[in-house]
Design a protein around this ligand. Sequence first.
Ligand code: HEM
Ligand SMILES: Cc1cnc2ccccc2c1N
Length: 290
Amino acid sequence: TLHIARPEKGKTLADFQNIYNSIAEKMKSESAYDDGTGYGPVLVRLSWHSSATYDKNDNSGGSYGGTFRFKKEASDVLSKGLENATKFLDPIHSEYPWLSHGDLYTLGGVTALQELGGPKTPWRPGRVDTGPETVPAHGRLPIPEGNASYVRNYYDRFGFNDQEVVALLGAHILGKTHLKNSGYDGPWDDDTNIFSNEFFGNLLERKWTLEKNAASNMQYNAKGGIMMLPTDYALVQDPKYLKYVKKYADDQDAFFSDFRDIYVKLLERGISFDDSIEPLVFKTLKEQLK
Ligand code: HEM
Ligand SMILES: Cc1cnc2ccccc2c1N
């Protein structure tokens, strides 16, 4: 499968900054969502799930075709909860119907990441919607029960190495699990909508206990109301992953720049962008205050 980027005709940075601002303003006005967590985390998760179907073996899946807009893809049980993100973005698409869904879902994640204090993340337009026949079969999303070799093997399908996998999973500082969505519960503390390297410090410093949760799934819990999935905890069980967990726990700047790089790589995986397509870097709302 070939995915050639074709940017929307005649649109400039200012046009895309307008969309960024619409999403960011809507995040601000609907900040009560999910008991005050806000829409940022679930928008980042949507950008990940819309890219997580990628397979390097035939260059299929990935963010290009915007196929998450089809129920056939969005109905995957492992995507439960993301309907909140697509419903949040529907009015944005109505306001800017010229924007492809692939560009909308990835721009939504970049906007959320920056508005939650994450790194400035270059973004390129040009994903082109493809039809329902291009929706990849279910089974390409990761399961939370996996161990380190499961996680390594899973991301091998993207061609991501150990350092990239650890950086990418640092996104789990954002938001929370919901029993009704995934059968996992917590974290119960409330500062999970600021992007930072704390995920790694938590992994290393807290005392983790493997416990059965209310949905009879095993998860790691620590005093103070935080939790880790088995796939999160795998990062400290595996010595090769552990090396990078320590690096990022000690160095927030290194985490921010490595996360930015692998997040861009994820959102663009499988797409050929012409070098003439300049990556766009958006201003946050705060930076635009008169
Ligand atoms: C081994 C790979 C991964 C697994 C098994 C996994 C699993 C999960 C699960 C079970 C949840 C809870 C969903 C819910 O109950 O609402 C979740 C939430 C989340 N995931 Fe992941 N995830 C993975 C990788 C990623 C990546 C690569 C990103 C982004 C770069 C990401 C971003 C998020 C975010 C931001 C949330 C919070 C969503 C919310 O608060 O509604 N995840 N993930
Ligand atoms: C602290 C922590 C750990 N794991 C998570 C997994 C998914 C979503 C959120 C998480 C989270 N805030």
